[in-house]
Design a protein around this ligand. Structure first.
Ligand code: SF4
Ligand code: SF4
Length: 225
């Protein structure tokens, strides 16, 4: 769907990028995180006047709300007996699109990147699962289904499966549109803070997970209630 334009993007004639950038997907201390939020807020203020960015972000937020019930149901079934809890893995990070979306939708921004050093557990994981509402988790925590959950999904009625995948596709297109619009105004906007020179230590340790949109995923699912 390269070149797809969401309705809100059509006037801007923005070409939509095919993949989200990896900006900010690395361990980050809270001072840098606060700097990122502040920088993006001030940049977005300059380009949010027409309302198109807020409208796209609200579409994303509303679609995630619709995903919440089935995702929660899957987690209730699979997570209590899981022996390899995905939230312990160390490859989950907010990316730039996550932050743009949360600012534009008026969502309260979580207090920091998921971890400040490579081998920490996610700071939002508690005894009862994720402390964050689904709408403000890193999007990788929303859209992956692990193997156990894929088995359940495959048994769902066809209409449910179609609707579910349509929601994921819609979210994906709005997120790509959001970041494309941002980049069209701020083409150098991802240069600070710089990505650590060596990313070896934060590579996924398990890539055997499914993405409903693109087959095998390059990184894992990270959801847990
Ligand atoms: S979502 Fe994560 S914690 Fe839950 S069953 Fe799947 S891998 Fe385990
Ligand atoms: S779902 Fe898991 S990995 Fe994602 S933010 Fe919550 S605790 Fe962290």
């Amino acid at each position: 769907m390269d070149g797809f334009l969401t309705p809100e993007c059509q006037d801007a004639s923005t070409t939509i990028k095919p993949e989200e950038s990896s900006c900010y997907r690395f361990p980050m201390d809270d001072a840098h995180w606060t700097g990122v939020i502040s920088k993006l807020r001030s940049e977005l203020v300059e380009i949010m006047g027409s309302g198109e960015i807020r409208a796209m972000a609200e579409h994303i937020r509303d679609a995630i709300f619709q995903l919440d019930a089935p995702m929660s149901r899957y987690c209730e079934i699979t997570c209590p007996s899981c022996d390899d809890v995905c939230c312990h893995w160390n490859e989950v990070f907010y990316n730039r699109t996550d932050v743009i979306y949360m600012i534009a939708a008026g969502i309260e921004i979580p207090s920091g990147q998921t971890r400040t050093t490579p081998h920490q557990a996610c700071r939002y994981l508690s005894q009862n699962g994720c402390k964050l509402p689904r709408a403000c988790r890193p999007y990788v925590c929303v859209w992956f289904l692990c193997d156990a959950q894929m088995e359940i999904f495959r048994e769902e009625p066809a209409l449910f499966q179609r609707d579910f995948i349509s929601l994921l596709q819609m979210i994906r297109q709005y997120r790509l549109s959001l970041e494309s619009l941002y980049e069209s105004h701020f083409p150098m906007g991802g240069l600070w803070p710089p990505h650590p020179e060596s990313s070896e230590s934060i590579r996924p340790r398990n890539s055997k997970r499914y993405s409903l949109l693109s087959g095998r995923s390059p990184c894992g699912p990270f959801r847990r209630r």
